[in-house]
Design a protein around this ligand. Structure first.
Ligand SMILES: Cc1cc2nc3c(=O)[nH]c(=O)nc-3n(C[C@H](O)[C@H](O)[C@H](O)COP(=O)(O)OP(=O)(O)OC[C@H]3O[C@@H](n4cnc5c(N)ncnc54)[C@H](O)[C@@H]3O)c2cc1C
Length: 409
């Protein structure tokens, strides 16, 4: 008999969420993490409000770690002449630091009964008809009934599944984004004076005419400053220079202290072209970034990763109950996530191409048209589904073209 019901590779938001839910269902689950907590992860640390709404334990959990609630966002066009300001009277997003957030999620999974093993790097995968196993760097083998690949962009389980299912072995370069980010300690006074109680978030679109955006998010006493673009665009420039230029700009604007030193921003990858074609195989499910669950417009993936963990837990529970671990049973996982966000991520690829192509114009329209702004922001808030909103947004853009550019009202 397999030692564990489920063996999970990676204790990021996806893996820890899956582990927590499975342990709560009474399943025997082990969470294998190659690093030890607290460990950092390059990230803007912006949580969609839906995370707080849908995962009540996160609402309580973040109270115990440094965080801020952003109540206002400002988004600027490349010329800085057009911008939108969004202030809905409730949280636009919650700002956390991954070093604390991920440790908290892993700890919550452990407290729920999952076994957390740190410094346990997965090297390879084996699947047989009567069980499966992950082989660790130290030579040990961990056996289970099902394996969950939640190891992010370089997840070894996803690599195995891609090969087995005839998918490209790696993410095509055109499908991934590269982000560079650093958390700067600037002190509570600076944050209070420049970002206020509302913790205004700043987005500057298309820096250096590159696809993507730079951001500045404020914490209690620190700033999270970053820049994200497509991998292929990043290769055309020195992205550290783009980042440094942005830092100088922030200093001029009074949004970063004059004395702030560049330091060493860290880079990370993120999938930007929607979900993987097949996220399941015999005895295997793939979660989070490893399955391509981040938004093509903004590159945020924590919400989808956590949701995929929750769905996977339900599917694994069903598989254990029915002692059925083959593709036919596990395909429910793909059906579920696809229903919830598969079409939306595809639609967002379309939005991303439009936004980063006609940035100046779209920001000009949005700065005058509250309906357009509300529809776009509603996508981030989870109020609207991107796939359902697509033609409504296109129609609004067409209307704005007529009103602002043809009639020049
Ligand atoms: C620069 C940047 C900024 C971002 N900003 C945001 C943001 O503001 N908001 C947002 O929602 N999303 C953001 N994202 C995306 C977000 O970071 C990911 O979508 C999210 O981390 C996915 O979670 P995950 O659990 O799937 O993977 P990860 O967070 O990558 O976690 C994977 C875990 O698996 C472990 N692991 C990897 N390989 C192995 C192995 N072989 N054996 C054992 N363990 C292994 C890793 O150490 C890690 O702990 C950003 C991404 C980047 C690159």
């Amino acid at each position: 008999m397999a030692k564990y019901d489920a063996v999970i590779c990676g204790a990021g938001p996806s893996g820890s969420t899956a582990a927590k839910y499975m342990a709560e269902k009474g399943l025997k689950v082990v969470l294998l993490e190659k690093k030890s907590f607290p460990r950092d992860k390059p990230c803007g640390g912006a949580l969609r409000p839906s995370i707080i709404e849908e995962f009540d334990y996160v609402r309580d959990g973040i109270k115990k770690i440094p965080h801020s609630i952003c109540l206002r966002a400002k988004m600027y066009s490349p010329s800085l002449q057009n911008f939108i300001e969004y202030r809905p009277g409730k949280a636009v997003m919650y700002n956390i630091q991954r070093v604390h957030f991920d440790a908290m999620l892993a700890d919550l999974a452990r407290r729920s009964g999952a076994e957390l093993r740190e410094n346990a790097e997965v090297k390879s995968v084996s699947v047989k008809s009567n069980g499966c196993a992950l082989q660790l760097k130290n030579g040990e083998e961990v056996e289970g009934n099902v394996i969950l690949g939640a190891g992010g962009m370089h997840d070894p389980v996803a690599k195995y599944l891609r090969k087995k299912e005839g998918l490209p072995e790696r993410w095509p370069r055109s499908d991934i984004g590269l982000g560079i980010v650093k958390e700067y300690e600037v002190g509570e006074d600076f944050i209070e004076n420049r970002f206020g109680d509302e913790h205004t978030a700043y987005f500057h679109l298309k820096p250096n005419n590159l696809y993507g955006y730079t951001w500045t998010f404020s914490q209690v006493s620190s700033l999270n400053i970053g820049f994200g673009t497509l991998w292929n665009d990043a290769k055309k420039v020195n992205i550290k220079n783009v980042f440094a230029k942005y830092l100088d700009f922030l200093k001029k604007e009074g949004l970063a202290p004059e004395t702030l030193k560049l330091g060493r921003p860290k880079a990370g990858l993120v999938p930007l072209k929607g979900g993987i074609k097949k996220s399941y195989s015999d005895r295997i499910l793939i979660l989070g970034d490893a399955a391509g669950f981040a938004t093509p417009v903004g590159g945020d993936g924590i919400y989808f990763g956590m949701c995929s963990g929750r769905i996977a837990a339900d599917v694994v529970e069903y598989a254990i109950e029915h002692n059925a671990f083959e593709k036919d049973t596990l395909s429910r996982y793909q059906e579920e996530w696809y229903k919830l966000w598969g079409e939306d991520l595809k639609a967002m690829c379309y939005y991303a191409d439009k936004i980063y192509d006609k940035t100046e114009r779209i920001l000009r329209y949005a700065s005058k048209d509250k309906v357009l702004t509300e529809r776009c922001v509603g996508l981030w808030e989870g109020k609207y589904k991107a796939s359902k909103m697509k033609w409504k947004i296109v129609a609004r853009l067409a209307r704005d073209f007529f009103v602002y550019d043809v009639l020049r009202l």
